[in-house]
Design a protein around this ligand. Structure first.
Ligand code: ADE
Length: 230
Protein backbone atom coordinates (compact mmCIF):
# COMPACT_ATOMS: atom_id res chain seq x y z
CA UNK A 1 0.00 0.00 0.00
CA UNK A 2 1.20 3.49 -0.88
CA UNK A 3 0.31 6.46 1.32
CA UNK A 4 1.11 10.01 0.20
CA UNK A 5 0.82 12.69 2.87
CA UNK A 6 0.60 16.38 1.96
CA UNK A 7 1.61 18.74 4.76
CA UNK A 8 3.29 22.05 5.57
CA UNK A 9 5.15 20.35 8.45
CA UNK A 10 6.91 17.32 6.89
CA UNK A 11 9.37 16.98 9.78
CA UNK A 12 6.53 16.18 12.17
CA UNK A 13 6.28 12.71 10.63
CA UNK A 14 9.95 11.79 10.98
CA UNK A 15 9.88 10.22 14.41
CA UNK A 16 6.41 8.71 14.43
CA UNK A 17 6.88 6.79 11.20
CA UNK A 18 10.30 5.47 12.12
CA UNK A 19 9.28 3.33 15.06
CA UNK A 20 7.47 0.12 15.85
CA UNK A 21 4.87 -1.30 13.49
CA UNK A 22 5.05 1.39 10.80
CA UNK A 23 8.82 1.07 10.63
CA UNK A 24 8.50 -2.69 10.33
CA UNK A 25 5.84 -2.40 7.61
CA UNK A 26 8.11 -0.10 5.60
CA UNK A 27 11.12 -2.37 6.01
CA UNK A 28 9.09 -5.40 4.91
CA UNK A 29 8.04 -3.44 1.81
CA UNK A 30 4.37 -3.76 2.77
CA UNK A 31 3.81 -0.03 2.76
CA UNK A 32 5.50 3.00 1.22
CA UNK A 33 4.83 6.32 2.89
CA UNK A 34 5.81 9.54 1.10
CA UNK A 35 5.66 12.93 2.78
CA UNK A 36 5.22 15.96 0.49
CA UNK A 37 5.94 19.51 1.55
CA UNK A 38 3.04 21.60 0.25
CA UNK A 39 5.32 24.65 0.01
CA UNK A 40 7.27 22.90 -2.76
CA UNK A 41 4.14 23.25 -4.92
CA UNK A 42 3.59 26.95 -4.31
CA UNK A 43 4.25 29.27 -7.25
CA UNK A 44 4.79 32.18 -4.86
CA UNK A 45 8.37 33.37 -4.39
CA UNK A 46 7.94 33.17 -0.61
CA UNK A 47 6.45 29.66 -0.91
CA UNK A 48 3.17 30.98 0.50
CA UNK A 49 0.34 28.44 0.85
CA UNK A 50 -2.34 30.53 2.62
CA UNK A 51 -4.18 33.80 2.11
CA UNK A 52 -6.90 36.00 3.61
CA UNK A 53 -10.49 34.75 3.33
CA UNK A 54 -12.79 36.36 0.78
CA UNK A 55 -15.52 38.27 2.60
CA UNK A 56 -13.24 39.01 5.53
CA UNK A 57 -13.03 37.35 8.94
CA UNK A 58 -10.32 36.03 11.20
CA UNK A 59 -7.70 33.49 10.18
CA UNK A 60 -6.02 32.45 6.97
CA UNK A 61 -7.27 29.94 4.41
CA UNK A 62 -5.12 27.39 2.60
CA UNK A 63 -4.99 28.19 -1.12
CA UNK A 64 -6.20 25.81 -3.79
CA UNK A 65 -3.29 26.27 -6.20
CA UNK A 66 -0.44 24.53 -4.33
CA UNK A 67 -2.80 21.72 -3.28
CA UNK A 68 -4.01 21.30 -6.86
CA UNK A 69 -0.42 21.26 -8.17
CA UNK A 70 0.65 18.67 -5.62
CA UNK A 71 -2.32 16.36 -6.18
CA UNK A 72 -1.98 16.67 -9.98
CA UNK A 73 1.69 15.74 -9.85
CA UNK A 74 0.86 12.68 -7.71
CA UNK A 75 -2.02 11.67 -9.97
CA UNK A 76 0.27 11.74 -13.00
CA UNK A 77 2.28 8.91 -11.47
CA UNK A 78 -0.31 6.92 -9.51
CA UNK A 79 -4.00 6.07 -9.47
CA UNK A 80 -5.53 6.91 -6.13
CA UNK A 81 -8.42 5.03 -4.53
CA UNK A 82 -9.15 7.87 -2.12
CA UNK A 83 -7.91 11.44 -1.69
CA UNK A 84 -8.62 12.18 1.93
CA UNK A 85 -8.82 15.50 3.75
CA UNK A 86 -8.37 15.39 7.56
CA UNK A 87 -10.86 17.77 9.10
CA UNK A 88 -12.88 17.95 12.34
CA UNK A 89 -16.14 18.09 10.32
CA UNK A 90 -15.38 14.90 8.38
CA UNK A 91 -16.79 11.40 8.86
CA UNK A 92 -15.81 10.00 12.25
CA UNK A 93 -12.85 7.62 11.92
CA UNK A 94 -13.70 4.21 13.36
CA UNK A 95 -12.34 0.67 13.06
CA UNK A 96 -14.65 -0.10 10.15
CA UNK A 97 -13.17 2.73 8.12
CA UNK A 98 -9.63 1.67 9.07
CA UNK A 99 -10.48 -1.82 7.79
CA UNK A 100 -11.76 -0.40 4.51
CA UNK A 101 -8.77 1.91 3.97
CA UNK A 102 -6.31 -0.92 4.68
CA UNK A 103 -7.67 -2.79 1.64
CA UNK A 104 -6.79 0.04 -0.77
CA UNK A 105 -3.65 0.35 -2.90
CA UNK A 106 -2.97 4.08 -2.99
CA UNK A 107 -4.31 6.90 -0.86
CA UNK A 108 -3.52 10.57 -0.30
CA UNK A 109 -3.88 12.23 3.09
CA UNK A 110 -4.13 16.02 2.99
CA UNK A 111 -3.43 17.85 6.25
CA UNK A 112 -5.20 21.17 6.73
CA UNK A 113 -4.23 24.19 8.80
CA UNK A 114 -5.31 27.68 9.74
CA UNK A 115 -9.04 28.35 9.28
CA UNK A 116 -9.38 25.54 6.75
CA UNK A 117 -8.85 25.07 3.04
CA UNK A 118 -10.46 26.75 0.05
CA UNK A 119 -13.82 25.03 -0.33
CA UNK A 120 -13.09 24.27 -4.01
CA UNK A 121 -10.45 21.76 -2.88
CA UNK A 122 -13.14 19.89 -0.97
CA UNK A 123 -15.62 20.10 -3.83
CA UNK A 124 -13.35 19.07 -6.68
CA UNK A 125 -10.22 17.30 -5.46
CA UNK A 126 -11.15 15.39 -2.30
CA UNK A 127 -13.00 12.05 -2.32
CA UNK A 128 -13.34 11.54 1.43
CA UNK A 129 -13.18 13.66 4.61
CA UNK A 130 -12.17 12.14 7.92
CA UNK A 131 -12.31 13.40 11.51
CA UNK A 132 -10.50 11.47 14.24
CA UNK A 133 -12.78 12.83 16.96
CA UNK A 134 -15.05 15.63 18.08
CA UNK A 135 -12.33 18.07 19.01
CA UNK A 136 -10.26 20.55 17.04
CA UNK A 137 -6.53 19.91 16.58
CA UNK A 138 -4.20 22.64 15.42
CA UNK A 139 -3.67 20.81 12.13
CA UNK A 140 -4.35 17.57 10.30
CA UNK A 141 -0.87 16.08 10.85
CA UNK A 142 -1.61 14.23 14.08
CA UNK A 143 -4.87 12.99 12.59
CA UNK A 144 -2.98 11.73 9.51
CA UNK A 145 -0.57 9.86 11.82
CA UNK A 146 -3.49 8.28 13.69
CA UNK A 147 -5.17 7.17 10.47
CA UNK A 148 -1.91 5.85 9.01
CA UNK A 149 -1.07 3.87 12.14
CA UNK A 150 -4.55 2.35 12.37
CA UNK A 151 -4.53 1.19 8.75
CA UNK A 152 -0.91 0.07 8.33
CA UNK A 153 -1.15 -2.42 11.19
CA UNK A 154 -4.08 -4.08 9.38
CA UNK A 155 -2.18 -4.75 6.15
CA UNK A 156 -1.66 -8.53 5.94
CA UNK A 157 1.83 -9.52 7.04
CA UNK A 158 2.54 -6.34 9.03
CA UNK A 159 1.78 -7.82 12.44
CA UNK A 160 3.78 -10.90 13.33
CA UNK A 161 0.78 -12.82 14.59
CA UNK A 162 -1.82 -12.70 11.83
CA UNK A 163 -4.70 -13.12 14.23
CA UNK A 164 -3.77 -10.30 16.55
CA UNK A 165 -5.34 -7.50 14.50
CA UNK A 166 -8.56 -9.48 14.29
CA UNK A 167 -8.73 -9.78 18.08
CA UNK A 168 -8.25 -6.04 18.63
CA UNK A 169 -10.85 -4.10 20.53
CA UNK A 170 -13.59 -2.77 18.20
CA UNK A 171 -13.03 -5.35 15.46
CA UNK A 172 -16.34 -6.95 16.39
CA UNK A 173 -17.68 -3.98 18.39
CA UNK A 174 -16.37 -5.58 21.60
CA UNK A 175 -13.61 -4.38 23.89
CA UNK A 176 -10.67 -6.81 24.06
CA UNK A 177 -10.43 -8.99 27.21
CA UNK A 178 -7.75 -8.37 29.88
CA UNK A 179 -4.31 -9.92 29.34
CA UNK A 180 -1.63 -10.98 31.84
CA UNK A 181 1.97 -12.14 31.77
CA UNK A 182 4.48 -13.41 34.33
CA UNK A 183 4.77 -13.38 37.30
CA UNK A 184 1.63 -15.35 38.21
CA UNK A 185 1.43 -13.45 41.50
CA UNK A 186 2.79 -9.95 42.01
CA UNK A 187 2.38 -8.08 45.29
CA UNK A 188 -0.33 -10.62 46.19
CA UNK A 189 -2.24 -9.81 42.97
CA UNK A 190 -2.87 -13.08 41.14
CA UNK A 191 -3.52 -13.90 37.49
CA UNK A 192 -6.98 -15.52 37.01
CA UNK A 193 -6.64 -19.30 37.51
CA UNK A 194 -8.48 -20.12 34.30
CA UNK A 195 -5.67 -18.61 32.17
CA UNK A 196 -3.20 -21.07 33.69
CA UNK A 197 -5.50 -24.09 33.27
CA UNK A 198 -4.33 -25.01 29.76
CA UNK A 199 -7.97 -25.57 28.77
CA UNK A 200 -8.15 -23.66 25.46
CA UNK A 201 -11.92 -23.95 25.13
CA UNK A 202 -12.61 -22.67 28.64
CA UNK A 203 -10.09 -19.86 28.17
CA UNK A 204 -11.74 -18.77 24.94
CA UNK A 205 -15.14 -18.76 26.66
CA UNK A 206 -13.78 -16.78 29.62
CA UNK A 207 -12.21 -14.21 27.29
CA UNK A 208 -15.45 -13.78 25.40
CA UNK A 209 -17.37 -13.31 28.65
CA UNK A 210 -14.82 -10.74 29.81
CA UNK A 211 -15.16 -8.88 26.50
CA UNK A 212 -18.93 -8.66 26.90
CA UNK A 213 -18.62 -7.60 30.56
CA UNK A 214 -16.06 -4.89 29.76
CA UNK A 215 -18.04 -3.58 26.82
CA UNK A 216 -21.19 -3.45 28.95
CA UNK A 217 -19.36 -1.56 31.71
CA UNK A 218 -17.27 0.79 29.57
CA UNK A 219 -18.86 1.19 26.15
CA UNK A 220 -22.49 -0.06 26.34
CA UNK A 221 -23.38 1.78 23.12
CA UNK A 222 -21.17 -0.68 21.20
CA UNK A 223 -23.37 -3.59 22.30
CA UNK A 224 -26.50 -1.72 21.20
CA UNK A 225 -24.83 -1.11 17.83
CA UNK A 226 -24.06 -4.83 17.56
CA UNK A 227 -27.67 -5.73 18.31
CA UNK A 228 -28.94 -3.30 15.67
CA UNK A 229 -26.61 -4.77 13.06
CA UNK A 230 -27.41 -8.41 13.85
N1 ADE B 1 -7.84 18.68 11.97
C1 ADE B 1 -8.14 19.41 13.06
N2 ADE B 1 -8.87 18.72 13.92
C2 ADE B 1 -9.07 17.48 13.37
C3 ADE B 1 -9.78 16.32 13.77
N3 ADE B 1 -10.44 16.25 14.91
N4 ADE B 1 -9.76 15.26 12.94
C4 ADE B 1 -9.11 15.32 11.76
N5 ADE B 1 -8.44 16.39 11.33
C5 ADE B 1 -8.42 17.47 12.11
Amino acid sequence: MRIDIITIFPEMFDSVFNYSIIKRAKHKGLTNIYIHNLRDYSTDKHRKVDDYPYGGGAGMVMMIEPIFNCIQSLKKKNNYDEIIYLTPDGELFQQKMANYLSTLNNIVLLCGHYKGIDERVREHLITKEISIGNYVLSGGEIAAMVVTDAIVRLIPGVLGDETSALSDSFQDDLIAPPVYTRPAVFNGWAVPEILKSGNAKEIELWRHQQSIKRTLERRPELLKKREREE
